[in-house]
Design a protein around this ligand. Structure first.
Ligand SMILES: Nc1ncnc2c1ncn2[C@@H]1O[C@H](COP(=O)(O)OP(=O)(O)OP(=O)(O)O)[C@@H](O)[C@H]1O
Ligand SMILES: [Mg+2]
Length: 589
């Protein structure tokens, strides 16, 4: 890995594409604004001098026009600074979210197993927003208020350095409380953002599980749970608000001392006649002008801290290590028939051993069935072949090459997957079938649907292939969803098939039809067929029985029956189900 650039350098990196002309113009506009701030005391001095002594009307007119011009320039600069600031904020937000999404798509499955969907979404939406808004607010205050402060301070020193010194003596005292607050601010923001993520995750879960919430009468429980989380977020936000609220008045109090000191010393000298009213008035205007940017600058630090806290959370995702790394010089798996071998494969989820010493060969065009009781590790084998996880022991070979040496994209492009839990996107049926098969024609999509025995029910839907299926396909039945998923795999026409319980949700009638479609699909394809129901398995050339993560027996249906061990036990369990459970679960073969 390349060494991580420092945090601040990394943040600045997001500005780099916009340095010229936009950021340059923004800074220029802000500097113009500040410079006009610096000019105000001088114009004020001119006016006061005219009023208190010189009384020249031409000069008064020129001065008035100058002030008008000054405000026109300010107006232009002000517009530009707000507009360009908004442009950069929105643009960088877009960049960040896009980069984050890109990074998330590459993250391993193990990451998604660990983090609730809502919490991830919250980082992409909320953390990026807080990060960009707070940092840009802080940074523009640093530039804008910083330069204003500088301009006005210079003006004050130029006008009267003795008074300036008195006014400025308080500034260093402000540093201590500001640094103290900033540390607390960062911590509080982190926990606020984390809490917000948890809240979104909770919402997401209760909406998605709404059927269960309702069925189990848990509405009140969920409401109380959500309110407790809201209450916690509220308390964290109050703590943040206390810091924000305290910063301003704290600085104000310090400033009051300085203002009083200047007023006292300055007016005394005017009364004693050692200083003109004009120069004191101008200086006093400058001192008051110092005060606003200084106060804002102290708040800028709060903003920067909030932004950095959110940025840390964003970077955590960007820096999350992948546990299925791409080989530095990956081999492209050519299109064609393939042979899959598992050699002494072991796998652990964390500390939990799920597979051990699994040896399995699926020859070119061969169908090998994987059976076994629930939790035996069948779906895990499928996940390993697609490299959703890497094996912890042994290796998986495709055409004799370790799949860790293959490019991920080329490996996966050769595999058609039908998973145990069918996933459909909230899109049209057509788009769901054509997912991952760009450029296929309408007739091919319909042919795939026909072969998956989905065409008829699709045509009965109000909008046919244009029907939107709802989130996760909620507007379809379980069996309908599964047939769409099979059509998806059919259309992709891959040389390797991984079918996990492909027919588990079909009734006996459609199961028989889909069986035939699958048989047609499996012809000349290297297939790993995972099934509970042994009716499916009868079509396989070879059957491997998995129990507690090991392959304990393998052979043909007859051989395994004759062996009279686990396979026979499973077979007999399914052959003689209790009468009232017969139907979907029965053995069709
Ligand atoms: N993401 C995960 N993290 C930790 N453990 C997991 C994870 N997924 C599965 N397991 C565990 O691994 C074991 C094997 O799971 P797997 O899904 O491979 O079983 P299976 O044979 O497909 O079962 P079924 O027939 O019920 O689908 C199970 O004991 C399961 O609890
Ligand atoms: Mg499974």
């Amino acid at each position: 890995m390349t060494p991580a650039p420092s945090f601040k350098r990394r943040l600045l990196g997001y500005l780099r594409p916009y340095l010229f002309p936009r950021l340059a113009a923004l800074v220029a506009a802000m500097l113009v604004l500040s410079a006009t701030n610096g000019a105000i005391p001088f114009l004020a001095k001119g006016f006061i001098n005219q009023l208190s002594g010189l009384r020249n009307l031409t000069v008064v007119r020129t001065l008035s026009l100058e002030i008008l011009g000054l405000f026109l320039i300010r107006a232009g600069a002000h517009f530009l600074s707000i507009y360009l600031n908004a442009y950069l904020v929105q643009r960088i937000t877009l960049d960040m979210r896009s980069q984050l999404n890109h990074a998330l798509q590459r993250l391993p499955l193990s990451f998604f197993n660990r983090s609730p969907t809502g919490a991830i979404a919250s980082r992409v939406i909320n953390d990026v927003r807080v990060m960009v808004l707070s940092l840009s607010g802080g940074a523009s205050s640093l530039v804008g208020d910083g330069s204003s402060l500088l301009a006005v301070t210079c003006a004050a020193i130029y006008l009267d350095w003795r008074l300036a010194l008195i006014a400025l003596i308080g500034f260093p005292c402000a540093v201590l409380p500001i640094t103290y607050f900033s540390r607390r601010m960062r911590r509080m923001t982190r926990s606020a953002q984390k809490q917000l993520g948890g809240l979104v995750a909770l919402l997401h879960e209760t909406f998605q599980g709404n059927r269960i919430v309702k069925a189990f009468g848990m509405e009140d429980y969920e409401r109380v749970r959500f309110n407790a989380e809201l209450e916690r977020l509220f308390r964290i936000h109050l703590r943040v608000a206390r810091i924000r609220a305290a910063t301003g008045p704290m600085i104000e109090t310090m400033a009051a001392f300085a203002v009083v000191a200047v007023l006292w010393y300055g007016s005394s000298s005017v009364v004693l006649g050692t200083r003109s009213a004009g120069s004191f008035g101008a200086f006093f205007a400058a001192a008051l002008l110092v005060y606003e940017p200084f106060k804002r600058l102290s708040r800028a630090n709060n903003n920067l801290q909030q932004g950095m806290a959110a940025a840390e959370r964003v970077f955590e995702i960007l820096d999350y290590p992948t546990d299925v790394p791409e080989d530095p010089a990956p081999i492209e798996l050519p299109h064609g028939s393939h042979r899959i071998e598992l050699h002494g494969v072991g796998f652990r989820y964390g500390k939990r051993r799920v597979l051990r010493d699994v040896n399995l060969t699926v020859g070119v065009g061969e169908v090998v069935a994987l059976v076994g009781s629930s939790g035996a590790g069948k779906s895990t084998v499928a996940d390993l072949i697609l490299r959703f996880y890497d094996v912890t022991d042994g290796q998986i070979l495709v055409d004799g090459i370790d799949i860790r040496r293959l490019s991920l994209a080329s490996l996966r492009s050769q595999i058609g997957l039908v998973t145990q839990h069918t996933f459909l996107f909230n899109d049209t049926i057509r788009a769901n079938i054509a997912y991952g098969s760009a450029g296929r024609g309408e007739d091919e999509i319909i042919a795939a649907a026909r072969n998956a025995y989905a065409h008829d029910f699709i045509m009965r839907l109000p909008k046919g292939y244009d029907t939107v299926v709802g989130e996760l396909g909620t507007r379809l039945s379980g069996g309908e969803r599964q047939r769409i998923a099979i059509a998806r795999a059919l259309l992709r026409d891959p040389p390797i098939l991984v079918l996990d319980e492909a027919t588990s949700q079909l009734d006996s009638e459609s199961e028989r039809l889909v069986q035939e479609a699958l048989e047609y699909l499996m012809a000349n394809r290297t297939t790993v067929l995972i099934a509970h129901r042994l009716s499916t398995v009868l079509r396989a050339g070879r059957i491997a029985v998995l129990a507690r993560g090991r392959i304990i027996e393998s052979g043909s249906h007859e051989e395994l029956l004759a062996l009279g061990r686990e396979y026979r036990r499973l077979y007999e369990l399914q052959s003689a189900p209790p009468a009232d459970l017969q139907g979907n679960g029965g053995l069709a073969g």
